[in-house]
Design a protein around this ligand. Sequence first.
Ligand SMILES: [Fe+2]
Ligand SMILES: [Fe+2]
Length: 193
Amino acid sequence: MIGLTLPEIAALYEQRGGEQYSGEPVTQLEHALQTALLAEQEGADDALVTAALLHDLGHLLNDQGESPTLRGVDDLHQYAALPFLRALFADDVLAPIRLHVDAKRYLCATRDGYFEALSADSKRSLVLQGGIYTPEEAKEFIAQPHAGDAVRLRLWDDLAKVENAVTPSLAHFVVSIEAAQRPESVFVESPST
Ligand SMILES: [Fe+2]
Ligand SMILES: [Fe+2]
């Protein structure tokens, strides 16, 4: 079975979370925790906090090395984690993860100053990811289920690159992750209870 369990996700962050987030002054784990904390502080529900925490898990599953954008490579990390998470979570978690890159294309098209404020790496990857949406594409994007959550996630994502910011540890977010799990996956994970 391809799916990850919660302990396996925690182990991935333990093993690879210390890696630098491409072109940013934070590690993968710091970026994940900062994004989840912003979601929590803004009153996001458990599913969206979980999506915020895990939105870049694909980077930990991919092995593309440092700043693949510099080599002209789109790592497609928004899709990489989905097959591994499908057994645990439904679309309220998976869709914002899947759409968080397209949400950047949407925000560039619809929000003044958004593109200009992106980091250099984010601007570089935008081109590889398909570029800024046309008004028509932006309309189609935001009409999709969970697209609004993906946009919220994207805005936290952009802010979650602060060097040495203080956040709770991964353990703090386990309550939200467990609450966001598919009921049947909780049952499968705890057959003896
Ligand atoms: Fe991302
Ligand atoms: Fe991110």
